[in-house]
Write a protein that binds this ligand. Structure first.
Ligand SMILES: [Zn+2]
Length: 376
């Protein structure tokens, strides 16, 4: 019999929380960072390498997978876990955000969104019901309710009608998801930067009842200051005994600030995408490996990092392979970035357990303020 999905809150320090999400496919230690495996791969990484960085869970994108290779095909191949050779938990988004940002000829109605594929122009429909069905075919462990990510900026009336549509879709998602032991359905709070709307959205989601709750509609161009203003109150509106997920965040300092405000889970393409464009995240800020200053530097990206890129390769080598367009540049830089992100999460989890999150935060900001090691 499948183990039920459950969230255990283990420690709190201020608003910061440490916990664990138990799923039949393994435990997700929170605060958790989820690497993004858009098209059934975390780009430039083998799944076992992603696991070696310390990731307990991956995110897959419903929109991309439904178009290519198709959810039915993935189901015939035994589901997304077996298809991509990742046996730990997977969270899939609903497709709602990407259909609005990537698809062509979109038409949004009460029923859902009709659109044409950006891959081959074929016609599709995403609705709460079809999104639940696609995520079931993919076999994801954590399913996201289908919603409309309210664009930013939005005036109060626009934000309200968008939030209300998302709440009607949340109820339809819940009904279509049904009863699937061991699988979780998360609702998504909307309401833009309006506190009363965030509160109302939270109330309506709690009334429907979800296994976890996401703070949606942030990281859409509002900037860190406004995002933190919303996070100062929005997570506390959601049930304390369920995981809280901030979608699409973010830079390391966004992540630390979000955890400080009570967020348990995050995802972002930043560490993987930046790795492929030559940017490394370190304890001392961002290193642009393409800069000429690294060409003769025998030191690693970060002396304190235990990842393969830092243990066995110099900045000079990484600079060379990046400039030469070699595939190993993407592999090593991505590995380092994912390792850095997971180290950051592990550091925060340990600090919360010890009641030392404020000290951790201060040390994090002090390291970044120092800046990169001086050139030789
Ligand atoms: Zn490293």
């Amino acid at each position: 019999m499948a183990r039920p999905f459950r969230f255990q809150l283990e420690a709190t320090d201020g608003a910061a929380r440490r916990g664990a999400i138990e799923t039949p496919r393994g435990t997700i230690r929170t605060p958790a960072f989820m690497p993004v495996g858009t098209a059934a791969t975390v780009k430039a990484m083998l799944p076992e390498s992603v696991a070696a960085t310390g990731a307990d869970i991956l995110l897959g994108n419903t929109y991309h997978l439904m178009l290519r290779p198709g959810a039915e095909r993935i189901a015939r191949m035994g589901g997304l876990h077996s298809f991509m050779n990742w046996d730990r938990p997977i969270l899939t988004d609903s497709g709602g955000f990407q259909v609005m940002s990537l698809a062509e000829l979109r038409k949004l109605t009460e029923e859902g969104v009709r659109f044409r594929s950006h891959v081959d122009g074929s016609r599709h429909m995403l609705s709460p019901e079809s999104s639940m069905e696609i995520q079931r075919l993919l076999g994801s462990d954590i399913v996201m309710a289908f919603d409309e990510c309210t664009p930013y900026p939005a005036d109060a009336a626009t934000a309200r009608s968008s939030m209300e549509l998302s709440m009607r879709w949340a109820a339809r998602s819940r009904a279509a998801f049904g009863d699937r032991p061991g699988h979780a359905l998360f609702g998504i709070q909307q309401g833009s930067v309006f506190r009363d709307q965030r509160a109302e959205s939270a109330e309506r989601l709690i009334e429907i009842g979800f296994d976890g709750y996401a703070v949606g509609g942030l990281a859409v161009g509002e900037g860190q200051e406004r995002m933190f203003e919303v996070l100062d109150y929005a997570p506390a509106m959601l049930p304390a005994d369920r995981p809280r997920y901030l979608m699409g965040v973010g830079k390391p300092d966004d992540i630390v600030g979000a955890v400080a405000r009570g967020i348990d889970m995050m995802d972002c393409v930043l560490p993987t995408r930046s790795g492929r464009t030559g940017q490394a995240f370190t304890r001392r800020g961002v290193v642009n490996i393409k800069n000429a200053r690294h060409a003769d530097d025998p030191r690693p990206l970060d002396e304190a990092c235990a990842c393969p890129a830092c243990r066995a390769y110099s900045r000079a080598y990484l600079h060379h392979v990046f400039r030469a367009g070699e595939i190993i540049a993407s592999m090593l830089m991505t590995w380092h970035n994912l390792h850095y992100y997971q180290d950051l999460m592990a550091g925060m989890r340990a600090a919360i357990s010890k009641g030392r999150f404020a000290e951790f935060e201060a040390a994090f900001h002090a390291g970044r303020a120092e800046g990169d090691i001086p050139p030789l």
